[in-house]
Design a protein around this ligand. Sequence first.
Ligand code: MTE
Ligand code: MO
Length: 238
Amino acid sequence: MTETTHPRTALPPGQRQIDFFPRFGRRVDQPPPTVPEHPTVVFGGALTTPIEIAVEELIGKDRRDLHADFHCVAGWSVTDLQWEGVAFAEVYRRYVAPALAPGTIVTHVRVRGLDGELFVAELDDLLADDVLLADRLGGRPLDGDHGAPLRLVNPAQYGYANIKHVCRIDVLAGAPAAGSPALVDRLLQSHPRARVWEEERHGTLPGWLIRPIYRLIKTVMLSAAARHSESGHQSNAK
Ligand SMILES: Nc1nc2c(c(=O)[nH]1)N[C@H]1C(S)=C(S)[C@@H](COP(=O)(O)O)O[C@H]1N2
Ligand SMILES: [Mo]
């Protein structure tokens, strides 16, 4: 099933289509993290006590299919990937909501990967119908390149909000306090909503202005990724 409110023929503003799915992101200089034999996700934050659930149980029996495009903030898009997994909203309803401390109003969700990468999303952005915790891509289990054992897939948000190797999800009753990020993080500061159709690429600069900088990064990183994909990873899986 395909759920999108935008025409399937169009790409979001400032995006260009590429014909393979690279391993990309802030941690590509490191190998993908080791996946534990029995992977789990720990749910914490505003819960009465944290809960740990096996990925297998999370996915459960009502596996869902999602055909969606993927958009990296650096400017590349891959069309029509086929993901399988469980709706984030379903996980929230099944496990999180019943475990909330009484009177808690959750506004934000911090999703963390085994490699330490994280993104704080607004809860409403993750409760959309087409947001999955996915364990399969192109009919096969997710590989290390694309987020094994489980990844967040939200087609409406840039890649950096689509956290791979998910191991922890904290629900928060308010936006977390901003730290004092390193210069490189300030330069490439994420947008709190990161919506691709609104071109919310950057926290403070307008999308069109930051485009050329990301495009440069894209050119450099994609050529490395293309070389890697020729050695036969899940890169063409659709
Ligand atoms: N855990 C984790 N998730 C991550 C990243 C990362 O470095 N680590 N990079 C993000 C960015 S910037 C992008 S564009 C996508 C890339 O996903 P892919 O490697 O499957 O193409 O993953 C996102 N999720
Ligand atoms: Mo990205």
